[in-house]
Unconditional design. Structure first.
Ligand SMILES: [Zn+2]
Ligand SMILES: [Zn+2]
Length: 834
DNA sequence: AGCACGCCGACT
DNA sequence: GTCGGCGTGCTC
């Protein structure tokens, strides 16, 4: 290429004409790039970070350009890039680097990660559309065509146009691609590019144009006896008009227009129109100003401000109890970043992304904020994405995927409730948004603030080791005191006091007091339904889910037995399917039962319940919170949902109805989760001027987590739990990856797991730092009609883990194993180990 | 992940 | 004989 450069240097700088080949990745679990030639006319457009349409395998696919090169393996036949839909890259160099890191770290395909980093709604496949042509119709009529060809012809004649995929779906096993190709090469059917579809990126609009080549006499003649048509034609002559506009000025234009079209006087043209963001629909709030800082806040902010001023990467843990004013510190960091021309990403847990959260940021930053909530349509999502890329907003508030917000000048990343499990994606790519954010911030020289009242052990231990700056807020703002936590032993309640109710006497009394004083209460129970265990009194038959290894939960309001994992349900049973006994026992309790019982105890109280069953619709959700704020609810009963994203100043009592529930989960993190959950729930009490009271009802009060919760002693819990983890050699003292194996046939799945262990064996000998645990049956051995096994890999540091997993994925034996019916999934740094 | 190709049992 | 099952390997 050097020679050519010299020749052309006279006219132009040759390097700007671009490279010859592009490295392309697809949304596939492949550790591979594919090289395509770049046609001369696309050299300018093809840049790293653009999408390309190419033919790949049998069909056409969207790929992502991740690199350019002038050299390639001569043994591989290359195909050309067909189209470049983007005029500028969708991913910056920094975002390409980040997605690459995620792919390597979490063992996903680069293209899969890129897909996850882009807004949904950018189309992936561009399938050809087939229709009858040439001799096709005759071949169908004559009935001479081979059966498989006949079926395709028949389908096309009935449906008009179909893609290969649609035909496959319609004909099922009868579909044969060779037959399709035969018909195509014979010309009996032809393939065309599909009509451009309306997409997130574009909308289609039709414009009416007046034909210019028609003589005036001809026009007069054609319209002489059609007054209405003449009128419409005159309007159209003034200027081209879109059908959307036309329908506004002339409702019911349609028949007239088609007559004009028929007479050849006008034509319609279809345009791709880039979508625009409708500013009038945006909600803005009048900006409020910053409240003053407490001494503690000021000290923490000073340290963060110093990092910000340097403009270098830093990560800090902001450990602050509920109500200590973490949010205000976030806001001030964002403001400081904005002053320096930097943008900010605010990550919040999915469940905390409520209108109240949105309002807080909107009221402070007005229209410089984009809220990426789950209610957005693909189109809205894309428009917001583009506003971020184009610098029209400077702050993004969103859940996990907001870590990919395409800012070019990132200054601050806030991760609120850093310990929340929803930051880990539970499908591929299984990235952790907190960890991805830290990597991104390092690349972009940004500041990370990890906020939590109960940091994850990993984060807190990193802070302790000096990897993060450790900032603390120990006091609640104002006069508010920490709530008083009472531990209630439910065994004493039951055995000594003969109280078999869900509610202990203490809690009942406290609820009564609140009702008298007109204060509000929360009752927290992390389980839905009425009874979670339904059985036959005569023979002991238990109603289990046929697809999962869990029992079915009875839901009284719908009178159904429901599986909370797969949705399987039965009508309320009248007798035992085994012995026909007619006495069915409903044992265990959930929020529905709690609601019933609370209503019985407090018939005059205004009681509401908030869980997945009642909050199906967003409106009921918001309604509930409005009522709560208006003081129209006395007791709110609910699951996790009531603990996040909302402040209720008048709540002075919190009852944790069954605290042991989360401790029973068979996972090494269950203590940590319980501590976090209980602390968070307790934190809901007494945020205003009235001190709060918390009753924690438990059956296993000897569990060490309880005293720590009662005394708000995070530090003590941390020390205690770290000791346990060190003894067991679990994170943060080690790194884990779990290979999950699942299949429909029990025996086959078990065989596959053993084969996996065998395939791993030589790798384990090579990577001696890696230890294998198991394989063992997963805690939820059956889930959604599949048998599940776990094989855990453990190391001291991450790198050897990444190396062995990469080697495993590259191993032909593993690929062969994984191509079968049994599914293998790799989860690095797993959070949910059930 | 799809998707095509190819090699074996059980139907007309 | 053919139809259709699934195991195997590839995609620039
Ligand atoms: Zn029975
Ligand atoms: Zn189930």
């Amino acid at each position: 290429m050097a020679a050519r450069s010299k020749q052309t240097a006279f006219f132009d700088e040759p390097s700007s004409t671009g490279s010859l080949f592009a490295e392309v990745v697809f949304n596939l679990p492949l550790d591979q790039t594919f090289t395509y030639t770049i046609p001369e006319n696309l050299r300018e457009q093809v840049q790293p970070g653009v999408r390309v349409f190419v033919s790949f395998g049998t069909g056409r696919q969207t790929g992502y350009v991740v690199g350019l090169t002038d050299q390639t393996d001569p043994d591989i036949k290359l195909k050309p890039i067909l189209e470049v839909p983007d005029s500028e890259p969708l991913l910056s160099a920094s975002m390409l680097e980040l997605t690459r890191w995620i792919a390597d770290y979490y063992q996903a395909g680069w293209g899969e990660v890129i897909r996850a980093a882009l807004p949904a709604g950018l189309e992936e496949e561009i399938p050809e559309v087939f229709h009858l042509a040439g001799q096709g119709a005759e071949a169908l009529e004559s009935g001479n065509a081979p059966k498989k060809e006949f079926l395709i012809l028949d389908a096309l004649s009935k449906k008009g146009k179909r893609t290969a995929k649609q035909l496959r779906k319609q004909l099922g096993a009868q579909f044969n691609s060779a037959a399709l190709n035969n018909l195509r090469s014979r010309g009996d059917i032809v393939a065309t590019l599909p009509n451009a579809k309306s997409s997130a990126q574009y909308k289609l609009q039709k414009t009416v144009l007046v034909k210019q080549d028609v003589l005036q006499e001809e026009i007069d003649r054609l319209l002489s006896r059609a007054k209405k048509q003449k009128e419409l034609f005159a309007l159209l002559q003034k200027k081209p008009i879109t059908l959307a506009e036309l329908s506004k000025v002339w409702p019911g234009y349609s028949p007239l227009l088609s007559q004009l079209k028929q007479k050849g006087l006008v034509e319609t043209r279809q345009d791709k129109q880039e979508r625009t963001w409708d500013a009038s629909r945006a909600r803005t709030e009048s900006p409020t100003t910053a409240p003053p800082f407490t001494i503690e806040q000021e000290a923490a902010y000073q340290k963060l401000g110093k990092h910000l001023a340097k403009g270098k990467f830093a990560c800090s843990l902001l450990e602050g109890v509920t109500g200590s004013g973490k949010t205000e510190i976030y806001m001030r960091c964002i403001e400081k970043g904005l002053e320096r021309g930097k943008s900010a990403i605010v990550l919040v847990p999915e469940i905390a992304l409520t209108p109240q959260t949105a309002y807080r940021f909107r009221s402070r930053f007005g229209n410089r904020v984009a809220i990426l909530h789950s209610g957005l349509t693909n189109i809205e999502r894309f428009l917001e994405w583009r506003r971020i890329r184009d610098g029209e907003v400077s702050i993004v508030v969103g859940a996990r995927s907001a870590v990919f917000a395409p800012f070019t000048q990132l200054g601050v990343v806030i991760i609120d409730e850093e310990h929340d499990g929803s930051y880990k994606q539970d499908t591929s790519p299984r990235y952790h948004a907190r960890d991805a954010a830290i990597v991104r911030a390092r690349q972009d020289n940004a500041l990370v603030v990890l906020g939590s009242a109960t940091p994850s052990l990993e984060t807190r231990s990193n802070a302790q080791q000096g990897k993060y700056t450790h900032l603390k807020l120990d006091k609640r703002i104002g006069k508010t005191l920490m709530p008083v936590v009472h531990l209630v032993d439910m065994r004493i309640e039951r055995d000594k006091r003969k109280n078999f109710s869900i509610l202990s006497r203490q809690l009942q009394r406290a609820l009564g007091e609140r009702l008298e004083r007109g204060e509000q209460s929360f009752l927290f129970l992390n389980r839905r339904g009425t009874a979670n265990y339904v059985l036959c009194k005569a023979c002991g038959f238990v109603f289990d889910c046929p697809n999962c290894s869990v029992s079915l939960t009875f839901h009284g309001t719908t009178r159904k037995l429901l599986c909370h994992y797969c949705g399987f349900n039965l009508p309320q049973p009248m007798d035992c399917p085994d012995c026909k006994g007619e006495v069915i026992r409903f044992s265990g309790f959930g929020t529905q039962k709690l609601e019933d019982e609370t209503r019985k105890r407090f018939p005059d109280a205004r009681i509401a319940r908030l869980d997945r069953d009642t909050a199906r619709k967003r409106s009921t959700f918001e309604d509930m919170f409005d009522k709560m704020n208006a003081g129209e609810i006395d007791i709110l009963i609910g699951t996790q949902m009531i603990t996040k994203g909302h402040d209720f100043p008048n709540v002075t009592l919190v009852g944790v109805v069954y605290a042991d529930l989360s401790l029973h989960v068979p996972d090494f993190r269950s203590s940590e989760r319980s501590f976090q959950l209980l602390t968070q729930v307790a934190g809901r009490a007494g945020r205003g001027e009235i001190p709060g009271e918390v009753f924690v009802q438990a059956h296993q009060l000897e569990h060490p987590v309880y005293p720590f919760v009662a005394r708000h002693n995070y530090k003590g819990f941390f020390a205690h739990e770290m000791e346990m983890r060190e003894r067991l050699h679990f994170p943060p003292y080690s790194r884990l990856a779990v290979v999950e194996v699942e299949g429909e046939i029990e025996r086959d799945t078990e065989v596959a797991v053993q084969q996996l262990a065998e395939v791993l064996h030589p790798h384990l000998e090579e990577h001696i730092q890696v230890e294998m645990l198991g394989p063992a049956r997963a805690a939820l051995y059956r889930l959604q009609d599949r048998y599940r096994w776990h094989l855990i890999l453990r190391t001291d540091t991450h790198q050897p883990l990444q190396d062995i997993l990469k080697a495993l994925r590259a191993d032909k034996a593993f690929q062969k194993l994984a191509s079968g019916k049994i599914k293998f999934t790799i989860d690095v740094d797993p959070l949910n180990m059930l």
